[in-house]
Design a protein around this ligand. Structure first.
Ligand SMILES: Cc1cc2nc3c(=O)[nH]c(=O)nc-3n(C[C@H](O)[C@H](O)[C@H](O)COP(=O)(O)O)c2cc1C
Length: 340
């Protein structure tokens, strides 16, 4: 079975990508994922806060050193560059891209255009095949309107685009009033791929200890629907690859995202839940689905059920919504006969 896939210009042996998580943080599990059929891997993010903390530490140490005695200067000297988190990350990028044959995608995670975007160039130099930008930003500042928030995303993408030649993926929030139009703007700003969607970790409330709880729950297949909707709407209508992300647990889920029009399908929770070898179950399950339908590659099925390719494009919009509501028990008398 030919599962080869083009993802933002990169050649992948399969459309399954292991998204950023602790499982992609070390070489041994990266090799396991590759052996199990992953088409590419996304390393865990280097966070803007990690880069900025280190920059502040370096400045503080060098200033303290300059004002004190030679003896103090010796113990206040800047930390060994090899010991900093950013350098350890660069080292992981370097080792992974040397050892793996599949593309290694580095990830930067920030919310504003500060000096963390400078790291994009260093990640490219360390051998990353592409960069994924996770712009994780909760719009809790009520003075910021939607236009200002969109401008912030676009500035970050433009800033990174100026610094690197490798492809850039943007891991996108679903919380825009017009995600389709904003996807077009991101592609124009230089994004080669959109990852649909970032999964925001919302707080929970502990009613006994009266505090916020920040426990992490792995995703379930039922969470796929929002990404499925926008993958289906955007397929074939945007000059960027589409990576569907969130909720994949079974081979059937992989097939669903590809039918909607995803170029690649990403998964983290299923790998954390079942282990890295689950990648093999997903890849083989996809190959079996294709084989059972007499297909030898992904061309015919990718996007088969996207909005552009189904008989009634309205099914992606209000028509299906009304059918679903009407189908749940008896329709109210005043709607009888009005919904096909
Ligand atoms: C433990 C854990 C760590 C993660 N770390 C990162 C990270 O460093 N950067 C990032 O962009 N996403 C990170 N994610 C998010 C995943 O890459 C993925 O987008 C999310 O889990 C949704 O996909 P899923 O439904 O397949 O789990 C993490 C997720 C988990 C569960």
């Amino acid at each position: 079975m030919d599962l080869r896939t083009n993802y933002m210009g990169l050649q992948l042996p399969s459309p399954l990508v292991a998204s950023a998580s602790p499982l992609t943080a070390d070489l041994a599990s990266l090799l396991l994922l590759q052996d199990a059929g992953a088409g590419a891997v996304v390393l865990p993010s280097l966070f803007a806060e990690q880069i900025e903390d280190e920059t502040r530490r370096h400045i503080a140490l060098s200033m303290a050193g300059a004002d004190s005695s030679p003896e103090a200067r010796s113990y206040l000297s800047a930390p060994d560059a090899d010991e900093t988190q950013a350098h350890r990350y660069l080292d992981l990028v370097r080792r992974a891209s040397t050892e793996l044959t599949i593309p290694v995608i580095a990830s930067l995670n920030g919310a504003t255009e500060e000096n963390w975007t400078d790291y994009a160039r260093q990640l490219e130099d360390a051998g990353a095949s592409a960069l994924e930008l996770n712009i994780y930003f909760i719009a809790a500042d009520l003075t910021l309107d939607g236009r200002a928030i969109e401008a912030r995303y676009l500035h970050i993408v433009q800033a990174v685009r100026r610094r690197v030649r490798i492809p850039i993926a943007v891991k996108l929030s679903p919380y825009f009033s017009a995600p389709g139009n904003f996807a077009l703007q991101l592609a124009q700003a230089g994004a080669d791929s959109l990852v649909l969607f970032n999964r925001f970790y919302q707080p929970d409330i502990d009613t006994v200890r009266l505090k916020l709880r920040n426990n992490l729950e792995l995703s379930r297949s039922s969470e796929m629907r929002l990404a499925l909707l926008w993958t289906g709407i955007l397929h074939g209508r945007i000059n960027a690859s589409l990576a569907a992300s969130t909720g994949v647990d079974t081979p059937d889920n992989v097939v669903q995202y590809l039918l909607a029009g995803a170029d690649v399908v990403m998964t983290t929770s299923s790998l954390l839940r079942h282990g890295a070898a689950h990648m093999r179950t997903l890849v083989d399950g996809l190959a079996a689905w294709l084989g059972n339908r007499g297909m030898t590659d992904l061309c015919a099925m990718r996007g088969m059920l996207s909005q552009r390719n189904i008989a009634d494009p309205e099914e992606y919009q209000r028509a299906n919504y009304r059918k679903i509501l009407a189908g749940y028990g008896a329709a109210p008398a005043y709607q009888e006969g009005s919904i096909q």
